[in-house]
Ligand binder design. Structure first.
Ligand code: PDD
Length: 277
């Protein structure tokens, strides 16, 4: 693979980052994952906007403009001949002697790489996911897409040990989101998903899916829902750049609806794939 590091396209074996990088020492960095279908970036503008917001909230500078960033994404897709998968982008505050205070004049580090993935022909999307619920132990600024991903990583491991695919995180009885995706339920034809706040990541796929749902005259409610309400729902599903819309068929061993992917989730997946290509 060819990866991009601080202005250079390099074979992955030759790409390096300093051991003093604050991304490594403090998780002082932000990231984005943009999906690629038929060699084309999906919703790059949305990801670029969120990246700028994440950087701003952490008082961090981007080493490149968003136009340059789009060109780098495209060039990397081209060089790696990527047809389907994702482009991972990370920007950190850069390398500096270890100190909790932000260093002055450090050059931000920027890294991009591609990952080939089967996004459209996904057996999980066909069958639906089994999820467990776990306490949301993350920090209070989940709206910033930082690289501190240990809590979701632990959550996914716990799900795997339980023979499941993923976990939904719970705070005060309410579902915040999935470990790496936004969470939804459907009740009486209404799509319900948590409203935007610092408690969740403002998903780019979420924004697109809610727009498509409203355009298709589906009812949408943006509000918190409890895990009990979720277990009693007709359908459940998740969205993210790498899963698009993927049905959830079981929560904590309890079947949702008929225990098979629901009609609303399936329809939204179709619409999303049609509209975003
Ligand atoms: N995760 N919520 C969380 C906590 C996430 O990590 C993600 C994305 C989402 C969905 O956001 P979007 O629709 O913009 O992908 C929601 C990416 C895919 C990841 O970490 O791999």
């Amino acid at each position: 693979r060819t990866v991009y590091v601080n202005g250079s396209y390099l074979p992955e074996e030759e790409a390096t980052v300093s051991v003093f990088d604050r991304g490594f020492l403090f998780a002082d960095g932000v990231y984005e994952v943009t999906s690629v279908l038929d060699g084309q970036l999906i919703d790059f503008d949305g990801h670029a906007k969120r990246l700028e917001r994440s950087l701003g909230e952490l008082d961090m500078d981007s080493p490149v403009s968003m136009d340059e960033l789009r060109d780098i994404h495209r060039e990397l897709v081209r060089r790696n001949d990527l047809r389907e998968g994702g482009v991972y982008l990370q920007i950190t505050r850069g390398a500096a002697d270890r100190d909790f205070l932000f260093p002055e004049g450090a050059e931000p580090t920027i890294v991009l790489f591609t990952q080939a993935m089967n996004l459209t022909n996904s057996p999980k999307a066909e069958k639906g996911l089994k999820v467990i619920s776990i306490p949301d132990i993350r920090w209070g600024r989940r709206d910033i897409k930082t690289v501190q991903l240990l809590a979701p990583s632990l959550g996914k491991m716990e799900a795997k040990k339980a023979g499941c695919d993923d976990a939904w995180m719970i705070e005060d009885g309410f579902v915040t989101e999935g470990t790496s995706n936004n969470a939804y339920i459907v009740k009486g034809g209404t799509i319900i998903t948590r409203d935007l706040s610092n408690a969740i990541l403002h998903g780019i796929t979420r924004a697109a899916v809610l727009r498509f749902a409203r355009e298709a005259q589906m009812k949408v409610e943006e509000r918190s829902f409890t895990i009990d309400e979720a277990k009693d729902a007709d359908e459940a599903f998740i969205t993210s750049a790498t899963t698009f819309v993927t049905p959830v068929v079981e929560i904590d061993g309890q079947q949702i609806g008929e225990g098979v992917p629901g009609t609303v989730a399936k329809r939204l997946r179709e619409i999303y794939l049609e509209e975003s290509r």
